[in-house]
Design a protein around this ligand. Structure first.
Ligand code: ZN
Length: 234
């Protein structure tokens, strides 16, 4: 094999490692993004539960106020009933007492329902707080591990690129430029061998004349089918 091509193949290997390292670096960011979404969702649920608690507490206070008023009304009417002098006044006081008692029964039921509901809601607020804390803990750990991963990948990337640049000095300038032009468009393998009579990448047949020149001189050729750089392997 042409030594220039052999040197370029070594460069290409480093380039492929570079792409892989870059992809792995890019893949780190979404992991944090997903956790951030989880946290946001848990916080929103938490805020909503808190708001519900506040709303129900407000309702409970209102019902309790009404209950107190109706109990007072009942007590007053009962006191009045002991002082009435006519059946008509007695009937009016009784009617007031009955009405107040109906309100009181309804409101006592409401207070009961609301306090059950508040117990449940407060529980879900506490659970929500725990969920948010847990996500934050995981997020913190993940961030630390991602930072470590990122640093390791970046170090590797720097090393590979330094090696690559050193190896690239062993490739003729014109071949390297040709290869880099194709590689920048593909971001993948750019230099392929001939496989039999064809391009090993796309199987387009290469005319015999060009093949024999490639074999004889070690020259590289562009594949007309897919645009990669071809070399004769033997
Ligand atoms: Zn091809």
């Amino acid at each position: 094999m042409n030594p220039d091509v052999a040197a370029l193949l070594a460069v290409q290997e480093d380039d492929l490692r570079t792409y892989d390292l870059e992809d792995r670096l890019d893949a780190l960011a979404p992991r944090l993004g997903a956790l951030e979404k989880d946290r946001k969702r848990a916080e929103d649920a938490q805020a909503q539960a808190k708001q519900q608690v506040e709303g129900e507490e407000q309702r409970q206070r209102e019902v309790q106020d009404r209950l107190r008023q109706h109990r007072e009304m009942r007590d007053k009417s009962e006191a009045l009933l002991g002082q009435v002098t006519s059946p008509r006044e007695a009937a009016a006081a009784m009617a007031q007492i009955d009405q107040a008692k109906r309100f009181i029964a309804d409101e006592e039921r409401d207070v009961d329902t609301l306090s059950h509901r508040l117990t449940e809601l407060r529980k879900s607020v506490i659970e929500g707080e725990k969920a948010v804390k847990e996500i934050e803990r995981v997020q913190h750990e993940t961030r630390a591990s991602l930072d470590a991963d990122r640093a390791a990948l970046q170090k590797e990337l720097t090393d590979v690129q330094a090696q690559r640049n050193k190896k690239a000095q062993g490739v003729s300038r014109s071949l390297l430029q040709r290869y880099d032009r194709i590689r920048s468009k593909r971001r993948s393998i750019a230099l392929f061998p001939l496989r039999g009579q064809s391009c090993a990448h796309c199987d387009t047949a290469i005319p015999v004349q060009r093949r024999s020149t490639m074999a004889a001189t070690g020259a590289t050729e562009l594949c007309e089918g897919c645009g990669v750089l071809l070399y004769a392997a033997e």
